[in-house]
Write a protein that binds this ligand. Structure first.
Ligand SMILES: NC(=O)c1ccc[n+]([C@@H]2O[C@H](COP(=O)([O-])OP(=O)(O)OC[C@H]3O[C@@H](n4cnc5c(N)ncnc54)[C@H](O)[C@@H]3O)[C@@H](O)[C@H]2O)c1
Length: 394
């Protein structure tokens, strides 16, 4: 088995999760890490025994011993630094959302094609037993003709930083671009796009809100100017629709989880409850009709990963995003086309933001014209100014 050598850029909150995931995959070596914050970098590298440390990502990119570079930075740095990673000839794994705007995300996809490297976007809700089972049901026509999907995500009061968890950059459009739709919405939307085989979008309408009070001190520190609630309606080709409801904070009870509906059946995701010895029973709800009677089955997918791992040696590469990426880097599996799905997800989010701005429905054709780059172009650091070139950057 080929050892895969990884370099990480950004050693903040999510980078810890990435390391935990890499450590579960045999044959992955964490070689180098970078963060502008020297003390955070040193603590991180000491904790995970990462030998090479630098505050300047350009030094990390000069190394010739990396199979891939993992970008764990604020959203509006995804495009500039992922582009630099790919321009250096390195395979790139980037956190979600793909970028801060559709235009920035397009530049990333073009960079991967131009430099002939692999690009993978962390959209972790396309993996694991429930999604694998859902994909199987769709592919084997258990749902019949698909006509509607619901992308739902709920937090009662969970705005990053102002309500507790995470850093202040999550809430400032300068760094993050947008809020709930980018933080959680992209997972739910991309999951359904994956199941529906990324159908072409025709038109989008939507709205975004920030209405609930918050701690004013924290609002000021973070410069909170993003949405806490996003809603949308997407029309695809072939009379397929998707409604979106994504909340960081709302005065309201839990929304149902995402679902997909067809002429012959429907499916709905469920929470995976924690049990005393790890995750509890994982169940996918499947709706159909038996002899004219509405029927609901609970598909127990808990043991699927274990059972399939005995049959298919590559099955583990479909259990989470990073495992998938390592499988792709080893050449063991064909990649799920995450840049394509992530870009379509960006198109939908951008359609909602533009619809809010222009107070009307937006056609898919308008979005590439209207979308603007909002990527960070310059960053002041202890070692000077980092400049990120405008597009086209090559
Ligand atoms: N926090 C989460 O739970 C979570 C979950 C899923 C995905 N994400 C995604 O992960 C990304 C990062 O989020 P986070 O919560 O880890 O943020 P964070 O603020 O904790 O970490 C970002 C790090 O990037 C560093 N940094 C900024 N500019 C840099 C540069 N030019 N070179 C090197 N380092 C630089 C910062 O010093 C900071 O340590 C975001 O895109 C977010 O959407 C976060």
């Amino acid at each position: 088995m080929k050892t895969i050598r990884i370099g990480l850029i950004g050693t903040g909150i999510i980078a810890h999760q990435h390391v935990a995931n890499y450590r579960k995959i045999p044959g992955v070596e964490l070689v180098a890490a970078c963060d502008l914050d020297r003390s955070k970098l040193e603590t991180f590298c000491d904790q995970y025994s990462i030998p090479v440390r630098t505050t300047d990502y350009r030094q990390l990119l000069e190394r010739d011993d990396l199979d891939a570079v993992d970008v764990c930075l604020h959203n509006n740095l995804h495009a500039p630094i992922s582009n630099a990673v790919m321009a250096a000839g390195k395979n790139c794994y980037c956190e979600k959302p793909m970028a801060g705007s559709y235009k920035d995300a397009v530049a990333m996809k073009k960079a991967a094609e131009h430099f002939g490297v692999k690009l993978h976007i962390q959209l972790n809700m396309m993996y694991g037993p429930q999604v694998n089972a859902a994909k199987k049901l769709v592919e084997r026509n258990r749902l019949g003709k698909l006509y509607h999907a619901r992308s739902y995500g709920y937090r009662r009061r969970g705005r990053p930083y102002v309500d507790g968890y995470a850093e202040k950059e999550f809430n400032a459009s300068y760094w993050a671009g947008h809020g709930a739709l980018y933080d959680m919405g992209v997972y739910h939307i991309s999951q359904l796009l994956y199941l529906m085989d990324t159908p072409p979008v025709k038109r989008i309408s939507g709205s975004i809100y920030q209405e609930l009070a918050m701690d004013e001190g924290r609002r000021k520190t973070s410069g909170f100017d993003v949405e806490e609630l996003g809603v949308g309606l997407v029309h695809f080709e072939d009379d397929l629709t998707l409604d979106i409801l994504e909340s960081w904070a709302i005065h309201g009870g839990p929304f149902p989880m995402s679902s997909l509906h067809g002429s012959e059946g429907g499916l709905q995701f469920t929470e995976s409850p924690a049990g005393p010895k790890g995750p509890g029973k994982q169940v996918l709800r499947y709706f159909s009709e038996i002899e004219g009677y509405p029927a609901e089955s609970l598909l127990d997918v808990s043991a699927e990963a274990y059972r399939q791992s005995k049959i298919d040696p590559n099955h583990g590469y479909y259990q989470d995003s990073q495992a998938h990426w390592i499988g792709v880097l080893r050449g063991a599996i064909e990649p799920i086309d995450t840049p394509k799905i992530a870009l379509q997800t960006m198109l939908i989010s951008e359609g909602i933001f533009l619809s809010e701005q222009l107070k009307r429905e937006i056609t898919a054709d308008e979005i590439p014209e209207l979308s603007q780059s909002i990527a960070v172009r310059q960053q002041e650091t202890d070692f000077g100014t980092l400049d990120y070139p405008p597009y086209p950057f090559y």
